[in-house]
Each structure stands twice: as structure tokens, then as C-alpha cells.
Design a protein around this ligand. Structure first.
Ligand code: TGC
Ligand code: FAD
Length: 393
């Protein structure tokens, strides 16, 4: 990744000084790409409800997938801070583009790296990392969202292969995925993970239409009707909900960074507009009520930037607990949604148009606050941590 110029972005507490030179170079190169390649076209893709598929190759070439994967498996061997910064910058562009990269990295590359056999790693990781193939992650089912442990998708052992039956719903990348990581129960009811290649007999991936949110992202189902999966595609060791939930830790971590990016984008656009737009003979930035919105947004973004930096270091040191990640995901997404709403008001009527990013971020964030554990579920995870009493059921 090449170093580029600095762009406007809020950094009130000089958080940039906490990053290494390498981290700043990575951040700026993704920022540069988003400004050049995502921002000019994203409103058009959002409007026509289409994922800009061609971006995957560029993202792969730039090292945006699996940044923390070691070189022996085709990764750049960076750290989790680099991953967080990449997610932040991608979501300054659009949550849908960030979602594609989140799923590819945390929900497909990560489980193969953590739970896969050496053969699985060598077969799939290099091609997922360079963007040659796309993956998706099937955990949620039509009747089991917040409670994935009750899933009914199941498989039967047939010697050298298994037969998979069931359906997954709300799956990002489903229709464009070459492989899916599917979580299903064995004959004893134990949850196992497997790599399912797209297109076999009995496999289908219908698209979900009519979304007002994440329109520039593919969402669909995965339907398995007696799908034959080779036994060597199963993850050999990991059993139970711990498997998929470990992947969610990585994805939720990245999402917490991404939300800060969308808040930064809304803040930037509103600040620029407020300085230029005049009413009653002066820029609206000079009115106390608009300054309150901007000052409060900057305060929340600054708190989140510092929290993300700390969480990044904890994750690098292996000390970031699931509850710490839940707190950041919950706080940052809620914060970003609030800032999208407040900054949109600064623009008055102009704020409802696609000349500005607020409405798109706002609509996208309604998915982000729901997926990877709803706002409520993350509160309950924090509640269980502080009291020692799970209140999920
Ligand atoms: P519970 O009894 O608490 O735990 C079962 C087993 O899992 C272990 N565990 C974890 N392990 C790793 N990381 C975590 N965060 C973990 N949380 C729990 C736990 O220790 C236990 O292990 P073991 O070995 O003792 O069996 O499980 P529960 O059934 O009570 O559920 C807990 C709950 C509600 C927190 C969990 O199910 C949950 O997080 N629900 C939310 C579901 C969710 O987040 N789904 C996301 C689907 S993927 C998605 O949305 C992708 S969006 C893609 C995009 O970015 O576009
Ligand atoms: P439900 O679980 O039915 O929840 C409905 C409401 O009840 C929520 O407000 C919830 O907070 C509340 N609730 C549930 N349980 C409790 C409780 N114990 N206490 C209090 N309140 C509770 N899933 C995947 O597996 N892979 C993907 O790639 C993926 N991508 C997605 C992309 C998009 C755009 C969206 C919207 C979702 C995606 N999901 C994916 C699914 C997502 O993870 C689920 O939507 C989410 O986990 C919530 O499940 P649910 O929608 O079934 O809601």
C-alpha cells in the first residue's frame, strides 16, 4: 500500500500520534482509495440496490482482506489495529462495502485460519485474501436470529461426505459467494462448521429484495436441500456455539471501528456545509444550536476513537474480551446513528438528498445496529459480564 496525502477527518485529540507510521500509511491508502473509488459512485449503487462487485478485486489487490493473516497463508501479516483502521476507512465510504470486507475477513478467512486444516488453509486463504473468490457466513436462520444455538440446519454423516439440509437467512454476500462457512448440527445436535462450495446440487442462494438499508450490499438466503459436502470440508476440532461466536468477536470488533468511520464522514460533510451555508446574513456554523450538534458529535467521535485505539491494542495483546468488544460495537454504532440524524438536520432540506451521505449512512446503520448481535443483545452481554447473571432467557 502506498502512502498518500492527508484528507480532512476529525482528530481532535491527535489520536494519529498514537498510531505507528505503518498504521498511518495503511489508513491513508485506504482513505485515498475510498475517496477516489467509492465516494464518487456509491450513491448510484445504493440507489439501484447493487453491490459494486468490481471493487472486490481492487480491495484484494490493496490488501484489505485478512490483513492479520500471516504471510505463509497469503496474508500481509499485519495486526488487528490495521484491520480496524481499514474497516473505519471503508465505512467512511459505505457500510455495505465495509460489510463485504468484514464478512470476507472475519467470518470466512478468520474461521478457516483458526479452525481449518492445513489443506483448507492453503486451498482457500490465498484466493480469499487476494479477492479472487468471495465468501459468506451462514449462522442466522429464518426462525433463529439472536438465539443461534437453537438452529435447525443439520447434517448426516455418510462416510466420506455429509448431507446438509436447512436454510440460512439474511446472509451478506450470499448470491455472489463462491464458498460459505455454514454452521449446522450433527446427528447428536452438536454445532459444527464446514466450508460449502456454491453451486452443487440442492444448493441455492436467492437474493433478498426490498431493503431500505445496505442497498449497496448483497443480502440473501442459503438453502440446502440434501447438499453433499465432502467430509474434508468440515472444521475438524471446533464444536458448539463457541466456533461461530469466536468469528463474531472478530467481526464485531471491525464493525465497531467501521461505525466511527461513518460518523466521521457525516461530521465532515456537516461541518463543511455549515461553514458555507448562510442564513440571516451569516454562516449557520455561527449559530449556537448548530455548534452544539457539531461539538457534541466531535466529542462522541473523539471518545470512540480513543476507545477503538485501546481496544485495538488489547486485541493485539489477546486481552480483548467478548464483552469489551460488545461494548464498543453497541456504543459506536448507536453513536454513529445519532450523529447521522443530528448532522442531517444541520443541512436542512439538503440533508435528505443523495448529494450528501447522511441519509445513506443513517439507513445503513439501521442494519449495522441489528446484525452481529442487536443493540439489545450487546447490552445483555455487558449486563451478564457485570452481574454474572445471564438475562438472555
Ligand atoms: P452461551 O451459553 O452464552 O455460550 C455458548 C458457548 O459459546 C461460548 N461463547 C463465546 N465464545 C466466543 N466468543 C463469544 N463472544 C462467546 N459467547 C459465548 C460460551 O463460552 C459457550 O462455550 P462452551 O464451550 O461452554 O459451550 O450461548 P447462548 O446460547 O446463551 O447465547 C449467547 C448470546 C445470546 C450472547 C449469543 O448467542 C449471541 O451473541 N447472539 C447474537 C447472534 C448474532 O450475533 N448473530 C450474528 C450472525 S452473523 C451476522 O450478523 C453477520 S453481519 C455481516 C456483515 O457485516 O454484513
Ligand atoms: P430477533 O432475534 O428475532 O430479534 C427481534 C428483536 O427481539 C430485537 O429487537 C432483539 O434485540 C430482541 N430480542 C431477541 N432476544 C432478546 C432477548 N433475549 N432479550 C431482549 N430482547 C431480545 N446473519 C448471518 O448469519 N450472516 C450474515 O452474513 C448476516 N448478514 C446480515 C445482513 C443484514 C443486512 C442483516 C439485517 C442481518 C444479517 N444477519 C446475518 C442476521 C443478523 O445477525 C440478525 O438479523 C440478528 O442477529 C438479529 O436476529 P433477528 O433479525 O432474527 O432478530
Amino acid at each position: 500500500m502506498a502512502a498518500t496525502v492527508q484528507f480532512e477527518a476529525p482528530d481532535h485529540y491527535l489520536v494519529d500520534e498514537l498510531y505507528t507510521d505503518e498504521q498511518i500509511i495503511i489508513r491513508d491508502s485506504v482513505r485515498d482509495w475510498v475517496n477516489r473509488s467509492v465516494k464518487p459512485v456509491i450513491e448510484e449503487y445504493f440507489e439501484k440496490a447493487e453491490f459494486p462487485r468490481y471493487m472486490v478485486k481492487e480491495m484484494g489487490e490493496m490488501g484489505m482482506f485478512g490483513p492479520f493473516i500471516p504471510e505463509e497463508y497469503g496474508g500481509p501479516g499485519l495486526d488487528f489495529m490495521a484491520y480496524g483502521l481499514i474497516m473505519q476507512e471503508l465505512e467512511r465510504g459505505d457500510s455495505g462495502v465495509r460489510s463485504m470486507a468484514s464478512v470476507q475477513t472475519s467470518l470466512v478467512i478468520y474461521p478457516i485460519w483458526k479452525f481449518g486444516t492445513e489443506e483448507q488453509k492453503h486451498k482457500y486463504l490465498p484466493r480469499l485474501i487476494n479477492g479472487e473468490i468471495i465468501g459468506c457466513f451462514g449462522l442466522t436462520e429464518p426462525n433463529h436470529g439472536s438465539d443461534p444455538g437453537s438452529m435447525v440446519t443439520r447434517f448426516e454423516d455418510k462416510g466420506d461426505h455429509v448431507i446438509l439440509n436447512g436454510a440460512k437467512m439474511w446472509i451478506t454476500n450470499s448470491t455472489i459467494a463462491d464458498i460459505s462457512i455454514v454452521w449446522a448440527k450433527d446427528e447428536e445436535g452438536i454445532i459444527r462448521g464446514m466450508i460449502v462450495e456454491a453451486g452443487g446440487e440442492g444448493y441455492s442462494a436467492p437474493e433478498t429484495h426490498g431493503k431500505y438499508s445496505l442497498r449497496a450490499s448483497v443480502t440473501g438466503e442459503l438453502v440446502f436441500d440434501n447438499v453433499k459436502v465432502p467430509k474434508e470440508n468440515l472444521f475438524p476440532e471446533v464444536k458448539g456455539l463457541r466456533g461461530p461466536l469466536s468469528c463474531l468477536n472478530s467481526a464485531r470488533y471491525g464493525i465497531s471501528w467501521g461505525a466511527v468511520g461513518s460518523a466521521m464522514d457525516c461530521y465532515d460533510a456537516a461541518l463543511r456545509y455549515a461553514k458555507e451555508r448562510k442564513q440571516f446574513g451569516k454562516p449557520i456554523a455561527g449559530f449556537q444550536l448548530q455548534q452544539k450538534k457539531l461539538a457534541e458529535a466531535l466529542t462522541e467521535i473523539t471518545k470512540a476513537q480513543l476507545m477503538s485505539w485501546r481496544l485495538g491494542n488489547l486485541r493485539n495483546e489477546g486481552k480483548a474480551t467478548a464483552a469489551m468488544i460488545s461494548m464498543a460495537k453497541r456504543n459506536h454504532v448507536d453513536m454513529a446513528l445519532h450523529i447521522a440524524r443530528e448532522t442531517r438536520q444541520i443541512l436542512g432540506a439538503m440533508g435528505i438528498t443523495n448529494d450528501f451521505p447522511m441519509m445513506r449512512h443513517m439507513m445503513n446503520l439501521e442494519s449495522v445496529i441489528t446484525y452481529e448481535g442487536t443493540h439489545d443483545i450487546h447490552l445483555l452481554i455487558t449486563g451478564a459480564e457485570v452481574t454474572g447473571i445471564p438475562a438472555f432467557y
